[in-house]
Write a protein that binds this ligand. Structure first.
Ligand SMILES: *Cc1c(COP(=O)(O)O)cnc(C)c1O
Length: 362
């Protein structure tokens, strides 16, 4: 078996233990004589799988009882529309634009109401998180929106914005379950799971119950109305059953690691190894303002396109794959989600040191 260290931003690495377990259960899930992807989503076995997944997620994030957990489809993108459709009672919302994903969510919301951009970091290629302690948030805004971890640019909100009492909605796709969160500070938390939790095809939304109502924008599709999904415990239509099953296994794996506080500690150790190297490197340079750095996505550059291409190519030969940066930043990006072992980051840093030594300054 030749597993590589996969630094892709998503879909990304999953824990080997989880994949192995899924492989063992592929043909016969616990004596049922079938795979989870072959069984009825209305049957007793799947009912147990989805309920246990929800219970474990609630346990991990300490989700208060007045929040619903929904397992949805359509990627994070679909929620860019579902959020305004379900929440824009006054037709207005405040968006903090800290990257491509936040910008796309802001643009999508603009189709359904007035999406007011209250802050942005686009002036410096989204390389920092703007000061959000005293923003000009419209009196009648229905919510304030953030993308909490900016996958492409490698920034993260380490302090939540002051929403001036408005409900906070957060896209946490690329930092989901990477550290503990205080769910009660949010109205809605959602994320596609393919970055840090499971296979593409599942989106998890955690929504305060009072926001799940029939009072949605006219024309909201049945599937995008959160109440449809909440009333049916995420089983309104056929859910992404196999994906939910894998997510459930990852929740168990995270609990076995000691829960999210322990996971955060491991993620900090991993990130520090890479950032400390970047900070003293002659050749490589991080692109993000230090205090806004993400624990999950680490973009870095050399500043010489040919050398960067060579680095990515040689790294791949060494079993360190998907290090090419997003086209809007260039350079490289190492995504080091929960399932990336410490040894993977060690191997990356060792390879970077070698590459640096082989390419002394002209
Ligand atoms: C990847 C990503 C998305 C898009 O996710 P899809 O599931 O492909 O729609 C949205 N937001 C963030 C923060 C992401 O990292």
């Amino acid at each position: 078996m030749a597993r590589v260290y996969n630094f892709s931003a998503g879909p990304a690495m999953l824990p080997v233990e989880v994949l192995q377990e899924a492989a063992d259960e592929m043909l016969d899930y616990q004596g049922s004589g079938m795979s989870v992807m072959e069984m009825s989503h209305r049957g007793k076995i799947f009912d147990g799988i989805i309920k246990e997944a929800e219970a474990d997620l609630r346990d991990l994030l300490q989700i208060p009882d007045n929040y619903k957990v929904l397992f949805l489809q359509g990627g994070a993108w679909t929620q860019f529309a579902a959020v305004p459709m379900n929440l824009m009672k006054h037709g207005k919302a405040a968006y903090i634009v800290t990257g491509q994903w936040a910008k796309k969510a802001w643009q999508e919301a603009g189709k359904y109401g007035e999406a007011v951009k209250v802050a942005s970091s686009e002036d410096k290629t989204f390389s920092y998180i703007p000061d959000c302690s005293d923003l000009d948030i419209p009196e009648d805004a229905d919510y304030v929106y953030i993308c909490e971890n900016n996958t492409i640019y490698g920034t993260k909100f380490h302090t939540l914005p002051n929403t001036k009492g408005k409900d906070l909605v957060a896209d946490v796709s690329s930092c989901f379950l990477s550290e503990p969160m205080d769910v009660s500070k949010y109205a809605v938390i959602y994320g596609g799971v393919q970055k840090n939790i499971g296979p593409a095809g599942v989106v998890i939304a955690i929504i305060r119950e009072d926001l799940i109502t029939d009072d949605v924008l006219e024309g909201t599709p049945t599937m995008l109305k959160w109440k449809t999904q909440a009333d049916n415990d995420s089983l309104f239509n056929t859910p992404p059953a196999y994906g939910i099953y894998i997510c459930g296994k990852v929740f168990k794996w995270l609990k076995k690691q000691g829960g999210l506080a322990a996971v955060k500690e491991r993620n900090e150790k991993k990130a520090a190894l890479l950032y400390d190297f970047l900070d003293q490197s002659r050749l490589f340079k991080g692109t993000v303002r230090k205090e806004d750095r993400s624990l999950m996505n680490v973009p870095f550059i050399i500043g010489d396109k040919e050398l960067e291409a060579l680095f990515v190519k040689e790294a791949e030969k060494a079993g360190l794959v998907s290090l090419k940066g997003h086209r809007s930043v260039g350079g490289m990006r190492a995504s080091i989600y929960n399932a990336m072992p410490y040894e993977g980051v060690e191997a990356l840093v060792a390879f970077m040191k070698e590459f640096e030594a082989a390419h002394p300054a002209e």
